[in-house]
Design a binder for this molecule. Structure first.
Ligand SMILES: [Zn+2]
Length: 303
């Protein structure tokens, strides 16, 4: 049974065909287009692949109704709003498919095949423009009763007094979200009005005191978030990925040190950096496809 993972990104789409053991049979990156264009790209990909796909999963960058597979809103791929992409692709490809939220696919992949491999209970934090979190238990994301679990970006842990996009004050995202790091540097008097997190890291490396202070605030907020995750979830392992984690000496490492120094009853688990890079979403999607359809078949075969 081979499964196809489609990571339908804002710019590029990654296609990954795996066998039943999860070994990669073929992979390709194509430019992102409409669903009809994606269907044509997948047909071309499978024509030259060494095996046929028996099922697929497609990631959605946006909010998804998990019971119907209909996209509620996708900021980057607006033609998906109100559409069930897996249904459309399934008709074109002639095999069953399912949609999965992109952050969820990436978290599943990191927990099962990446940095979390071997641990049954993993909390994944992705430090991007926004902050995503997912509690992955035995390879599945725990969504909570209303689909809102894991929102670690919106735990109030920063002392900056900044109102977050969610309306609360001092969320983790206001301290360490990709663009927010640049804004906090500006708040401290930096002249660069559109600084990225990378700019702030470079300035800190050159001794800019405001940049060092901004990253210190960011690391402290992340450290407090790690304590909150430990208190509420008590995972065996925390995996951290995303652009802001690529300078761990300024962010992740001091955050873990803060958490260990300030832990009281908490057991601060081992923290590892994500390891799958840009293919995580496609790996996670392929795993979801195999779980969904092979799992369903296995159950149907039972007496
Ligand atoms: Zn918030």
């Amino acid at each position: 049974m081979s499964a196809l993972g489609i990571d339908y990104g804002g710019t590029n789409t990654k296609l990954l065909l795996v066998d039943e053991s999860g070994a990669v049979l073929a992979r390709e990156t194509v430019s992102t287009g409409t669903l009809a264009e994606l269907g044509a790209s997948v047909h071309r990909f499978l024509d030259t692949a060494p095996a046929a796909a028996q099922s697929f999963a497609v990631t959605v960058a946006g909010t998804l109704d998990p019971s119907t597979g209909v996209v509620r809103r996708s900021a980057n791929l607006p033609w998906l709003d109100g559409v069930a992409p897996a249904e459309v692709l399934s008709e074109s490809l002639g095999v069953p498919g399912v949609a999965v939220q992109d952050g969820e696919a990436g978290a599943i992949a990191e927990a099962r095949f990446g940095a979390g491999r071997g641990s049954d209970e993993v909390f994944v934090i992705v430090l991007g423009t926004g902050i995503a979190g997912a509690h992955v238990l035995s390879g599945s994301v725990q969504r909570g009763a209303h689909g809102g679990a894991g929102e670690v970006g919106h735990v109030p842990v920063a002392d900056n007094g900044v109102t977050c996009s969610c309306g609360q004050v001092g969320c983790l995202e206001t301290a360490i979200g990709g663009q927010q790091v640049g804004l906090r540097w500006r708040d401290r008097g930096a002249e660069n009005q559109d600084a990225s997190a990378r700019d702030v890291v470079e300035a800190a490396g050159s001794g800019d005191e405001a940049a060092v202070a901004v990253l210190g605030d960011a690391a402290r907020a992340l450290g407090r978030a790690i304590l909150n995750v430990s208190a509420l979830v008590d995972p065996a392992l925390i995996v951290v990925g995303g652009g802001v984690s690529r300078s761990p000496e300024w962010t992740v490492e001091p955050a873990v040190a803060y958490a260990r120094e300030n832990a009281t009853f908490h057991v601060v688990p081992e923290l590892r950096l994500a390891s799958l890079g840009v293919w995580a979403g496609a790996h996670g999607a392929a795993a979801v496809a195999a779980d969904t359809f092979v799992g369903a078949r296995a159950q149907a075969d039972r007496p």
